[in-house]
Design a protein around this ligand. Structure first.
Ligand code: ZN
Length: 144
């Protein structure tokens, strides 16, 4: 669910003043979002292209040093280990980010065991979040 990590984190980034705080919160938000039961997209190249596009939009609209951009980066970077050969469980390696172990990924929601956020729902939420992020970006004030 890399697209939701990007969009939701970008809008959440507007809550912060400092890019560093936004980035740290973004990494935490990645873990929280991983816990939500969800389907994962199997088209990784298309997903990657979409994420680059979204990051480009946030960076060019809000600024490359903006909290929105860095919160989105904090949401994207933990998933880099999902594509690295030296953290590939199929090769006998293990992943380090806590929610990338099977135990924590997609925890069932209490009272809704069968629920999984569909790709359509994830896309709709992500695009709405992205629109709000870009519309409400907090520009980085220089010198303060
Ligand atoms: Zn993840």
């Amino acid at each position: 669910m890399l697209v939701p990590h990007t969009g939701i984190n970008a809008v959440a980034g507007n809550l912060f003043r400092r890019p560093v705080a936004a980035f740290a919160a973004g990494v935490v938000a990645h873990a929280l979002l991983d816990l939500v039961p969800h389907k994962d997209i199997s088209a990784h190249k298309a997903e990657g292209a979409m994420v680059f596009l979204m990051l480009g939009l946030v960076g060019s609209s809000c600024g490359w040093r903006s909290p929105a951009f860095w919160c989105a980066m904090g949401g994207v970077l933990p998933d880099v280990e999902q594509v690295l050969p030296w953290t590939d469980p199929a090769r006998g390696r293990h992943r380090y980010f806590p929610t990338h172990s099977r135990r924590f990924q997609s925890l069932p929601l209490p009272g809704a065991r069968g629920f999984q956020a569909s790709l359509m729902l994830q896309s709709a939420v992500s695009m709405a979040a992205l629109a709000f992020a870009v519309a409400g970006c907090r520009k980085v004030s220089r010198g303060s």
